[in-house]
Design a binder for this molecule. Sequence first.
Ligand SMILES: [Fe+2]
Length: 356
Amino acid sequence: MYPEVADIKQISLNNVDSSMILAQDLIDLRGTTLVTAGTALRREILPLLHKHKIEAVWVKDTSSPAKPQINREITTVHSLISTATRRKMIQTMQNAFRHRGSIAAHLPCLREAIDEVIQELSKNEHLLIYLTDLRSTSEYLYGHCVDVGLFAIVIGMAMGLPKEDIYILGIGGLLHDYGKTTISEAILEKNGPLTPEEFNLVKNHAAAGYNILRTETKVDSRIALMALQHHERPDGRGYPWGITSEEIHPLARIVAVADVYDALTTDRVYRPAVAVFEAIRTITSCCGTQFDPKVVEAFRKVTVPFYIGGAVRLSNGVAGAVLRINSSNPSRPVLWTREGIVNLLHEPDLNIDAVV
Ligand SMILES: [Fe+2]
């Protein structure tokens, strides 16, 4: 079972105080538990830890919750990153994927790319995922990996993850489908049903990516885990292992949502893109079964399901047009209707049933 990364932090034993709660069991070199998770780190416990040469511990973090968002009614949603940065990232990904076997050599470039993305995101007043970029299907793999990295970062930020986890999450998002470099393009882009053998080959990309990334000693193990577990599901019906809920690494649970959202909203050779509204509805309907509810909650906070100016139909049958997006809850915008302006933020009984 993995701890929730958003809720814990590592702290030097010198800076521990008695109000802190241990987040992970402390074990000695023989595997014997010294102190169990959930214990308050009282002063009398510290000599035992010093005796076992433990220098740092993981404690529950109550200091950095996700920032409360001030709502703004906005009429323009900017792209998360510039076209130039996106192109540069795709180039970086092409270089990394085409020189298989030497991913560690590309890690500084990937980290630099993520750094640039995080810097751009930090200048963006409202971190909202709005329109998906148009891209040619031949570039699907690279464009998809860039988007998954980007969306995962935005979801991770909405969950209040520490900065270092955001970096790892971004790189893990970029490399989550690295195992697909072992599959021929003819299978990946096949315009028709896959044979059972081909399907198994495609499904094997998760384990293949993990194995390649694990052989690279400089790759953080969490990055390899995101490649391995991004098709696992809380209900145990995912692959390759069919593990459940907390057995799936928290960062992999974020990549899982970003992956499906991007895949659904992108045109493929074998099916057209699904409307953003429908994609969000699909992900929400799989909350708890296919996706971690906490991740879905954060995802919904940062994803705009409607186009500004787009027509919608309300649950009371009234038609309307999206006037402004409420930045704190993009699923509940301000609408123009024949009956006047309706702010769904203040109308809990009304819902948008359909995008017309
Ligand atoms: Fe995948």
